[in-house]
Write a protein of this length. Structure first.
Length: 144
């Protein structure tokens, strides 16, 4: 299953009174990385199919403080696809030291935006989430 890398520089607004990245901010940093993970697909793929990505559980382990000026390298990888949910593993590493700052397991479902029902993950949806479905430069669809 494909993985992606997102680099984020820590700014002052990411910090709390203790001068490190606040635990709630990590949720935002991980969300940014999840958006990047699937951005190689045109947004119309999800919109036209009526698919919505809904997080149902996040478990975060905080390991080492990220500080002002640090660059975080966030690796996002799909680690599990079930019948109705899937799980991404996200790890935020401080680039200068290689230390793991935080790691998250993010469980999500795909929602039918018209019926508001959870979709089974099969067929085209499975291919898209697992990275087996790709677009060529002219926009046509191919399976890997």
């Amino acid at each position: 299953m494909d993985k992606s890398i997102t680099k984020i520089k820590i700014r002052g607004y990411h910090l709390d009174v203790y001068q490190h990245v606040n635990n709630a901010r990590f949720l935002e940093l991980f969300e940014e990385a999840r958006w990047s993970h699937y951005e190689h697909y045109p947004p119309s793929l999800f919109v036209d199919n009526g698919w919505g990505f809904v997080v149902v559980n996040i478990n975060v382990d905080y390991k080492y403080p990220a500080l002002l000026g640090n660059e975080l390298i966030i690796e996002t990888k799909l680690v599990k696809i079930g019948e109705r949910s899937a799980t991404l593993r996200q790890e935020a590493t401080i680039s200068s030291s290689g230390k793991l700052s935080a790691a998250a397991d993010v469980t999500f479902v795909m929602l039918d935006l018209n019926t508001k029902q959870v979709l089974p993950i099969k067929g085209k949806l499975f291919d898209v989430l697992s990275g087996k479905f790709q677009f060529t430069n002219n926009g046509s669809k191919n399976k890997k």
